[in-house]
Design a protein around this ligand. Structure first.
Ligand SMILES: NC(=O)c1ccc[n+]([C@@H]2O[C@H](COP(=O)([O-])OP(=O)(O)OC[C@H]3O[C@@H](n4cnc5c(N)ncnc54)[C@H](O)[C@@H]3O)[C@@H](O)[C@H]2O)c1
Length: 379
């Protein structure tokens, strides 16, 4: 792969949920080194955190504008080439736009923006910039998810006749039932989160997974969302009926009030020859259910897996691959795009995934608000 890509990071500071995942994953395949960033909005926290992770103070900036202006003054060989955006959602648009316009590659967390219009604007910005952009729909990086995609693509399950994805969590229980706490998390504040909480945060993962593994496009949706309390502005649960290409129908279920659930994401695709399913909490098992035959369980690292799956497995079979590995695989794919090397389109989610994700979120809310009507997804 040659020299390591110099990576900047926005957000992901002390106590953030996702920061450590990106820092570890980006360095996993020896293709990046983190050289600086803006890790917190508070200067003291920013500085102490970056010191803790061993960064020089001259590469830690007070905000994105200071980062861009100082980095552009550095010789090209020292300058950040790519920047990861791990802040709350409402900052993704502005940060992505400024970075692309100033010649940086971008790796952005999902949801891509807070509105579909913002995502469309960024589509144009990206085209003009000629830079690489990836969206970290993390679960697409698991070797057995990649295997599922390749098997479906090669016809292993026959003609798809039903799709089903679920993402159930229960974490918001401790917040949603307390009128004070309901206003204290950014995920329940539309100004910081966008118009949806549950569908925007995890429903969008399920949407992306269905399209990623099945190769189908979700063409129209009917959503029934749940806010639980009249003073809560954001959905925290929802069921969405799906109509996809090739007249395939299905369902997407997402919840943050599924009491006791942790990160219960599963995706199941049923064809006329076989069914195939994957569960995030047990990610090293891919269940292949051929009509009239005993259940087969496929595992990572074996030669029966596809090239795409094997390329995302670093150790011999029996060493479990986890979420760090999945994110590492996405970073690895992005590194190829940044270095202008060939890559498989399944190696990282791109601008279209970000765009379609935002369209889905807005249409789900619209469908619910208009009395649970069918609405088309645009792209
Ligand atoms: N891919 C996934 O599976 C996954 C999982 C969790 C979160 N996420 C996404 O990651 C993003 C961050 O989520 P999180 O749970 O880590 O949030 P968090 O609230 O735990 O952390 C946010 C971090 O951003 C920092 N920050 C806030 N404003 C900033 C600014 N102006 N400049 C620089 N830093 C700033 C905060 O100090 C904090 O360190 C969200 O978009 C979320 O949807 C993705």
């Amino acid at each position: 792969m040659g020299k390591k890509i110099k990576l900047g990071v926005l957000g992901g500071g002390k106590n953030s949920l996702i920061g450590v995942l990106h820092r570890v994953a980006s360095t996993m395949n020896d293709s990046y080194e983190v050289v600086g960033g803006v890790f917190n909005s508070k200067w003291d926290d920013n500085l102490s955190f970056s010191e803790n992770i061993g960064l020089p103070p001259n590469r830690v900036y007070k905000d994105i504008d200071a980062l861009i202006s100082a980095e552009l003054k550095l010789p090209e060989a020292e300058r950040m080439q790519a920047v990861s955006i791990l802040t709350p959602n409402y900052l993704h648009y502005e940060m992505t736009k400024k970075l692309l316009e100033n010649g940086f590659h971008v790796i952005c967390e999902k949801p891509f923006t807070t509105t579909y219009q913002e995502a469309k604007t960024l589509y144009d910005t990206l085209k003009k910039s000629k830079k690489a952009l990836g969206i970290t729909y993390t679960y697409t990086g698991y070797p057995m998810v990649r295997q599922m995609r390749e098997m479906i693509l090669k016809g292993a399950i026959g003609k798809i006749q039903k799709v089903d994805a679920q993402y159930y969590q229960g974490w918001i229980n401790s917040i949603i039932h307390d009128p004070e706490k309901r206003t204290s998390t950014w995920r329940l504040n539309p100004e910081k989160s966008g118009i949806s909480c549950c569908i925007g945060d995890i429903g969008t993962h399920a949407f992306n997974m269905i399209e990623y593994v099945s190769g189908l496009k979700i063409e129209s949706i009917l959503a029934d969302l749940n806010h639980l309390y009249p003073d809560n502005k954001m959905d925290i649960d929802g069921t969405v009926l799906l109509r996809c290409t090739n007249n395939t129908k299905g369902v997407l279920r997402a919840s943050q009030i599924a009491t006791g659930e942790e990160n219960n994401l599963s995706v199941k695709i049923y064809g006329d020859k076989a069914g195939i399913k994957w569960e995030q909490e047990n990610p090293n098992y891919l269940y292949f259910m051929e009509e009239g035959k005993p259940l087969q369980v496929l595992k990572p690292g074996h030669q029966y897996n596809s090239e795409l799956s094997l390329a995302g497995t670093k150790l011999p079979p029996g060493h479990p691959e986890g979420i760090f590995d999945a994110m590492g695989n996405i970073y690895h794919g992005m590194a190829k795009a940044i270095n202008n090397q060939p890559y498989n389109s399944g190696e990282f989610p791109n601008i279209m995934d970000g765009l379609r994700g935002m369209d889905f979120i807005e249409k789900a809310v619209e469908s619910h608000q208009k009395g649970n009507i069918w609405i088309n997804i645009e792209n």
